[in-house]
Design a protein around this ligand. Sequence first.
Ligand code: CA
Length: 233
Amino acid sequence: MSKETILIIEDERPIAETLLYALGREGFGTHWSMTGGEGLTWLRAQKPSLVVLDIGLPDCNGLDLCRDIRTESQVPILFLSARAEEVDRILGLELGGDDYVTKPFSPREVVARIRSILRRVGTPVPANEESEGEAPLSIGPFLEDKEKMRISYHGEQLELSRYEYRLLSLLLGRPGKVFSREEILSRAWEEPEMTMDRTVDAHIKSIRKKMRAVHEEDDPIRTVRGVGYALEL
Ligand code: CA
């Protein structure tokens, strides 16, 4: 099999079909399994590049299935439909999931995350018009150029450190979503277990200062007391 193949384990037909279409159009091979059991059998036989895994399946729970897969394979796993309280388990050592998207999601977002996971693990991804000179993303007053790892704000480029960039990019990826400090650490830092929660606060402080230097009155980062941070546009 020369194409990078994505296995989708999802029992809701409309969701699966949307993903099959979006992935197929971007040059990925796909296989759809409606149940965990069938998905696991296919995975063992075909060794896909990545698994998109729903949590609520007719014959099992996606979290348990992930644990089973991890006993025999390190294939990247993107979860669908994670509730906030499941996220820590998904991304933690216990389950070893690679990322998640919450329903409802746009197929575009899922494809973008799949590409990003595959790039991270070094799997070649099919070329498409977007990946050749990916256009900067415009999000409110922000413009993010992921290829160059740059973010501009009200038309001015922010001089961000590596972790400042990764933190702000994470918030920009989901405007309005509240990220806990632990979540920020686990998703933006390379060695989250070696890093303290207050490191996040220090980086937020520094990012805010840089944004204020561009635009005094604005503070798009909202502090959620006792929890973490969210981007409000
Ligand atoms: Ca389901």
